[in-house]
Design a protein around this ligand. Structure first.
Ligand code: KIV
Ligand code: NA
Length: 266
């Protein structure tokens, strides 16, 4: 496996290929996904939901993102690492966004940052790019704006909204984004955005017309219970495996079968 860089992601699009991204928040998942050849790992602010147990992504802090990003960087050798700028760390000014991005780059070993944005953030994207930091623009449904957007809903439906989304994506590409991620966008609209841009795109709930795909690993591997969003495909069911193992351990401890002599010191 080679070390993935932005040029490789651009090449994949040029050659008509596709790449994969998964979230990761710790060393071992990073190590496993990296060894599997997943081109990009996202230290998502979805750690708020998937690790910390919050209802939304709003409460997670820069200090917390730094911890997760360091752990992922320790486990990954080849994957291109992208870290979310959490809510409150970039909205106030381009300067604040650059300061937050520099902190993540200096303290953690990630390779790029991602911000949830629309065309109003073009200046912010440009400022981060000008600092020499690859910036990924997340458009469509942006969970940090859940309350402004009126909940989890598909974005870019209808010709007017579709045209606006293409315009937004082009504006952010021109501002310097190396990649555009779309969440919960009609498949046809996301395909048109990908066609309109030179830089690669990534989709989640955006059909198969984007350059890359991303999923949250706890959804994809069945660690989380409950109803999954429509866009999730589960490739494994880890939750029952872990639960059964925990029960087997408890049974062994209760019966005295564990620890056996081979687990014990003379
Ligand atoms: O934080 C996250 O996991 C994300 C992906 C859903 C794109 O932003
Ligand atoms: Na995110």
């Amino acid at each position: 496996l080679k070390k993935i860089r932005t040029v490789h992601l651009a090449e994949i699009k040029k050659n008509g290929g596709h790449f994969s991204m998964l979230t990761a928040y710790d060393q071992y998942t990073a190590e496993i996904f990296d060894a599997a050849g997943i081109e990009m790992l996202l230290i998502g602010d979805s750690a708020a939901n998937n690790v910390m147990g919050y209802e939304t992504t709003l409460p997670i802090t820069m200090d917390e993102m730094v911890v997760f990003a360091k752990a992922v960087a320790a486990g990954a050798k080849h994957s291109f690492l992208v870290c979310d700028l959490p809510f409150g760390s970039y909205e106030i000014s381009p300067q604040q966004a650059v300061e937050s991005s520099i902190r993540l780059m200096k303290e953690t070993g990630i390779h790029a940052v991602k911000i949830e944005c629309d065309e109003r953030h073009a200046e912010t994207v440009a400022a981060i790019a000008a600092a020499g930091i690859p910036v990924l623009a997340h458009i469509g449904f942006t969970p940090q704006s859940e309350h402004a957007l009126g909940g989890y809903r598909v974005q870019g439906r209808g010709e007017e909204a579709a045209a606006a989304m293409i315009h937004t994506a082009k504006t952010l590409e021109e501002a310097g984004a190396f990649c555009v991620l779309m969440e919960m966008v009609p498949a046809e609209v996301a395909r048109r955005v990908d066609e309109a841009l030179t830089v690669p795109t990534i989709g989640i709930g955006a059909g198969n017309g984007t350059t890359g795909q991303v999923l949250v690993w706890q959804d994809m591997l069945g660690l989380r219970s409950g109803r999954m969003p429509k866009f999730v495909k589960q490739y494994a069911q880890l939750r029952p495996i872990i639960e059964q193992a925990a029960q087997a351990y408890k049974t062994d401890v209760a019966s005295g079968a564990f620890p056996a002599p081979e687990h014990s010191f003379d």
